[in-house]
Design a binder for this molecule. Structure first.
Ligand SMILES: Cc1cc2nc3c(=O)[nH]c(=O)nc-3n(C[C@H](O)[C@H](O)[C@H](O)COP(=O)(O)OP(=O)(O)OC[C@H]3O[C@@H](n4cnc5c(N)ncnc54)[C@H](O)[C@@H]3O)c2cc1C
Length: 363
């Protein structure tokens, strides 16, 4: 592709749109981004997300390929964050997984899923079983009612909002243009223009199979709470996590509801999230509720991400579901490799679905 030709258009300034713009910029391409939201009223799922990077923990409920994309992406985030114009909180101190004594069966099921993953890829650092002394050594403020847990050492998290802001700053510094309050559809572009559709749930108009899965999170300010790493509470009905960010902020999440309803958080969800946080650490009692937020995870029927070419120069990247931050670098690298460089090595290596036949548009 000629880097001096007309800019590549990207629809959507959420996670995939901004990361794609930045990575195209790193490779010398010019980009124009169209974002439906106005600058101070973000609509992206990425703005709501907890941004935990948990390749092994997520393998309990995801395809093995998501774990592999996650392992690749953990390494890539380290490189990408160093390229950005502003610092981003990026922590790699592992995940703590806890359960109540009555939820032993759930813990057994979780461990057996993790064991399958570890057998499939022995290079992944195994989890460590924790007794109460082990929990105390990592997170002493955890409730004394929680007696057992697991430590997954090679997991982490980043600050979603800092990352989006740093990507935006970097993209503008690369000389790209971002047009806010500019809702676009693929039909607005001719076939000869290069376009990447990164609209998440907003891409439904051109990819009807995309659906939204509602997720609710609370943001708390809790200077009394000393939890320092992402902590998950296993539960057969309400698995919940706490993601500690900088400046005593904590994201408690997340519900997962098959609905595209973006109305405010329900009372039931807020009670479940708050009671899980309080169960893990009673110091949350004095937390201040900064925000309750709702987002739609863009999802395809197979729950995997996919890259789709629907005309000679029009591509779509979607379906990052609950793993956007975990896997985005692998998906974006594979998209650039395929669409711009004409290669499919990464997509093959990580089994990233690419639909290269124009006839597959109904999938
Ligand atoms: C509650 C919740 C918790 C989550 N937690 C995690 C987590 O811990 N770890 C993790 O890895 N992932 C998590 N995710 C998932 C992650 O946020 C998503 O996978 C990711 O944001 C998807 O990125 P995207 O760019 O496809 O969509 P988005 O981030 O939603 O961005 C799409 C953008 O396109 C814009 N747009 C829409 N329509 C148009 C249009 N017509 N024209 C122009 N622009 C348009 C939108 O305004 C938006 O800015 C979570 C998601 C939610 C909702």
């Amino acid at each position: 592709m000629n880097t001096r030709a007309a800019p590549i258009s990207i629809l959507g300034a959420g996670l995939t749109g901004l990361l794609l713009a930045h990575q195209l910029g790193v490779r010398g391409h010019r980009v124009r981004i169209y974002e439906a939201a106005s600058e101070n009223k973000p609509l992206a799922a990425a703005h709501v997300a907890a941004a935990m990077l948990a390749p092994l923990a997520e393998s309990a409920i995801s395809h093995f390929r998501i774990t592999q994309m996650g392992m690749y992406s953990m390494q890539r985030w380290t490189e990408i964050i160093l390229q950005l114009a502003a610092p981003v909180f990026f922590q790699k101190t592992g995940t703590l997984v806890l359960w109540h004594p009555q939820d032993q069966a759930e813990a057994k099921r979780f461990c057996s899923q993790l064991n399958q993953t570890l057998q499939q890829d022995p290079s992944i650092a195994p989890y460590q079983k924790l007794n109460r002394a082990g929990i105390d050594a990592l997170e002493p403020s955890v409730s004394s009612k929680l007696l057992e847990g697991l430590y997954l050492p090679h997991e982490g998290q980043l600050d979603n909002r800092q990352l989006l802001a740093a990507l935006l700053q970097s993209v503008l510094a690369q000389g790209h243009e971002l047009l806010w309050a500019s809702s676009k559809d693929l039909a607005d572009f001719s076939d000869s223009e290069w376009v990447f559709d990164c609209r998440g749930i907003g891409a439904k108009t051109n990819w009807p199979a995309v659906r939204g899965v509602r997720g609710e999170v609370l943001r708390l300010f809790a200077p009394e709470v000393s939890l320092s790493r992402p902590t998950r509470l296993l539960h057969p009905k309400y698995p919940i996590y706490i993601a500690p960010k900088e400046n005593y902020q904590f994201v408690i999440g997340a519900t997962e509801i098959e609905s595209e309803d973006l109305s405010p958080m329900s009372l039931r969800s807020s009670m479940e999230l708050m009671s899980a946080a309080y169960t893990i650490d009673s110091a949350f009692a004095e937390a201040r509720i900064l925000e309750s937020a709702v987002g739609l995870r863009p999802t395809l029927s197979h729950h995997d991400p996919a890259i789709r070419q629907i005309s000679e120069h029009h591509y779509q990247i979607n379906g990052l579901y609950r793993h956007g931050f975990l896997i985005a670098p692998s998906v974006i690298d594979a998209a650039i490799e395929w669409a711009i460089e004409g290669k499919t090595e990464l997509a093959k290596q990580y089994q990233i679905r690419i639909y290269e036949d124009y006839a597959s548009v109904s999938q």
